[in-house]
Design a protein around this ligand. Structure first.
Ligand code: ADP
Ligand code: MG
Length: 696
């Protein structure tokens, strides 16, 4: 898009505040703003007027349908399209859209994962408009962001708890800020998600059932070249990819998604896209739209976009860094202040976050656990499965000094600086030199690096927001009623004690090293290596009390999430196992029969004219042994998979998949990959890693 066009078209498919102002009668606009900003109840007359304005706007933009757009527990987005069309008596039609249609929908909810929250006799769930997320147009459909809840109000989606956790954090953070003499109108979280993905040729993708069904390769021997030359990261972007990226930019800008940075990533064919940060739930909506557009637009360029956490063995997988901060009326609370009193406020939020992460490390780890991400975490390319916080040299020094310092007598301004008067200036220059930390302070925000590339970021942010709300609550409860020097002294003491009590979670060293794993164990930090290991914390009494206190998730909702997460893990691995069995029997074995058969015929033909062919003969033997090994490994996988499928208890079932099915899958892969190494390329039934990763 040309420069002037970008400014013209940016947000043109978004029902922005400016559009609302322009198209709604003033009193209606005012009431709607109250609904959006203050959570005021929505009157049906207002809803009717808003719906009408939205429809007129959408029709002008060429839309014919509307859809409630929501985020069921699968994590991806769902939508059902209804046209505006309404037949009238004289045989003609009207294009209509009512307030009721805007605010509430009733999708046939029984087909979404619900972890048992809705018994089938009461299958009704409904979608409710989330007026804090702007309405947008996608493929000629007016999309209305909604929450998805059951008939009795239980959350059936990823978004509802996110919105609740944002409210909890806002409420508690305001109490803290009030003690510092600040009364902001809004306190929100800010999120900037960095999205990684792979691009391969669509024609290769179409030939790989594993990519089609599972999003990752389940077979494939090591390519002749990997990422060892370190030439891809930030390398020149090839023209086809560049064209694709340009189209992505254009489409996302029209939707008002502020994408800013794009570059090649470490692995061959791997890329990254990052927007400028936005308010939390908006950033997550926009990331979901971004993922959808990446996949869709790739096909316009003969490409397939892979968003799985580990599409290829032997090269890096993909993550999604969750850059996170809190802002009060636009002012970043994790920005070290320019004056001492702001430093103290900064230190309170910093200490709160360190404590929040330490106390809920298990939930945070659980929130990013999935069958896909299990291939990354702890695999020396992504942070380990142990949660720790990295502060950077300067801040770390300050924290250590704070912890070890005697109780300071705070009378003058300088003393509040803890003898580190340059705090803001040094910190402003802080660059993050530790890429191995899962949770790193990067100058004025924290970067949570464990998230998987295809995951909906709501889950980790629900944990972060609620855990932070809890710490703010504790601080405020302790300090309310205190003023002046007494407040300053007690606040500082709270910071010091909190940091001291949670010192164990701070780690500045190499997170990929084996020593860290041992050290972490000594410190008593949880090391939850796989998804099944993380599941039981979802429904523990501590979790139920924690989320219950801040009205984020009730016990029934937590139980549903537990069941649904376990089910999803088991189902995914079941599909992977089925795909492997299918590919082994229908693609690899027939190819090997053919190649070994051709070779054997050649050996026999040569023997007829008296020529010995020991090399071919040996190869026929190797192939024949390989065929037997594949046959046995397939049968073994099938048996283990059938056994796992039969396990009733969700947690036991997950462990059965992890402990029995995954090793069988690895074994079958080894058998097939060994044959790929000796099989003629023309015979091999699917594109190889060499072909897929180094396309031109
Ligand atoms: P990196 O070195 O990790 O690439 P960048 O400075 O480019 O870091 O930022 C990465 C992401 O962090 C971007 O999406 C950016 O908008 C986001 N970000 C910056 N400041 C904040 C903030 N205060 N809150 C949340 N995200 C932020
Ligand atoms: Mg980053």
């Amino acid at each position: 898009m040309a420069k002037d066009k970008v400014t013209q078209e940016y947000g043109s498919l978004l029902f922005t505040d400016a559009v609302m102002q322009e198209r709604l009668p003033k009193p209606t606009y005012k009431e709607l703003r109250q609904v959006i900003d203050d959570g005021a109840p929505l009157d049906l007359d207002i809803a009717n007027e808003v719906a009408h304005a939205m429809k007129e706007w959408a029709l002008e933009k060429g839309a014919t349908h509307f859809a409630h757009w929501f985020q069921p527990l699968t994590g991806i987005t769902s939508e059902k399209h209804d046209s505006f069309l309404t037949p009238i008596d004289d045989g003609t039609i009207l294009m209509s859209f009512s307030g009721k249609e805007l605010v509430q929908g009733e999708p046939d909810a029984s087909s979404f994962p619900n972890g048992g929250l809705r018994a089938t006799f009461e299958a009704r769930g409904y979608t409710a408009w989330d007026p804090t997320s702007p309405v947008f147009i996608k493929d000629e459909v007016l999309c209305i962001p909604t929450a998805f809840i059951s008939y009795n109000g239980d959350a059936l989606d990823k978004k509802t708890p996110l919105l609740r956790s944002q409210v909890a954090l806002e409420t508690q953070a305001k109490r803290v800020l009030k003690l510092f003499g600040r009364e902001p109108k809004r306190v929100v979280t800010t999120i900037g998600p960095e999205q990684e993905y792979f691009l391969i040729k669509e024609e290769d993708y179409e030939k790989r059932p594993d990519l089609i069904y599972c999003g990752r390769t389940l077979f494939g021997c090591e390519p002749v070249k990997g990422q060892e030359l370190e030439e891809h990261y930030f390398g020149a972007i090839r023209p086809t990819v560049n064209d694709f990226m340009k189209e992505v930019d254009d489409e996302l800008w029209k939707l008002g998604i502020p994408v800013k940075t794009k570059h090649n990533e470490v692995a061959p064919c791997q890329h990254e896209l990052a927007p400028i940060f936005e308010q939390g739930s908006t950033a997550i909506d926009d990331n979901l739209l971004t993922m959808e557009k990446l996949k869709l637009l790739a096909t316009h360029h003969g490409l397939a976009c892979l968003e799985h956490e580990k599409p290829f063995e032997y090269v890096n997988g993909s993550g999604k860094h969750n850059n996170w901060s809190i802002a009060a009326d636009g002012k970043n609370l994790l920005e070290p202040g320019a004056v001492p009193s702001e430093n103290l406020q900064f230190l309170v939020f910093l200490a709160a976050l360190v404590a929040a992460v330490d106390e809920h490390a298990d939930l945070l780890r659980m929130s990013v656990a999935s069958a896909g991400n299990d291939h990354r975490l702890g695999a020396n390319e992504a942070p380990p499965a142990i949660i720790s916080v990295f502060l950077g040299d300067e801040l770390h020094e300050i924290v250590e000094a704070l912890i070890n310092k005697e109780e300071p007598e705070v009378h003058e301004a300088e003393r509040m600086d803890l003898g580190v008067p340059a705090l803001p200036d040094v910190l402003r220059d802080t660059t993050d030199r530790n890429r191995t930390s899962p949770f790193a302070f990067t100058g004025n925000k924290f970067e949570f690096r464990m998230c998987g590339s295809q995951q909906n970021l709501s889950d980790p942010n629900v944990v972060l927001n609620t855990a932070m709300a809890e710490q703010c609550d504790r601080f405020a409860t302790k300090l309310e009623g205190k003023t002046g020097d007494e407040f300053t002294n007690l606040a500082l003491r709270w910071v010091r004690h909190t940091l001291r009590d949670h010192h164990r979670v701070i780690f500045e060293g190499n997170g990929y090293s084996a020593e860290w794993e041992e050290e972490a164990e000594r410190r008593g930090l949880p090391n939850l290596k796989s998804t099944p290991d993380t599941l039981s914390c979802i429904t523990s009494p501590e979790t139920v009390a924690f989320y219950g206190k801040y009205h984020v998730l009730n016990e029934a909702e937590l139980h549903a999430r537990y069941v649904s997460k376990a089910e999803q893990y088991a189902k995914l691995i079941n599909i992977e196992a089925n795909t492997m069995i299918y590919m082994a029997r229908h693609l690899y074995l027939p190819a090997l029969f053919e190649y070994s058969g051709d070779l054997a015929s050649s050996v026999a033909t040569k023997a007829e004219i008296g020529i010995e062919s020991p090399v071919e003969k040996e190869l026929v033997r190797t192939l024949t042994d390989g065929i037997s090994a594949i046959h046995e490994a397939t049968a073994d996988l099938e048996a283990n998979n059938t056994a796992a499928r039969g396990v009733e208890d969700p947690l036991e079932q997950c462990f059965s998949y992890k402990d029995n099915v995954l090793p069988s899958m690895d074994h079958l892969r080894e058998c097939v990959d060994a044959m790929e190494k000796v099989c003629g390329e023309d015979y091999w039934p699917v594109p190889t890693y060499n072909q897929m990763l180094f396309w031109v």
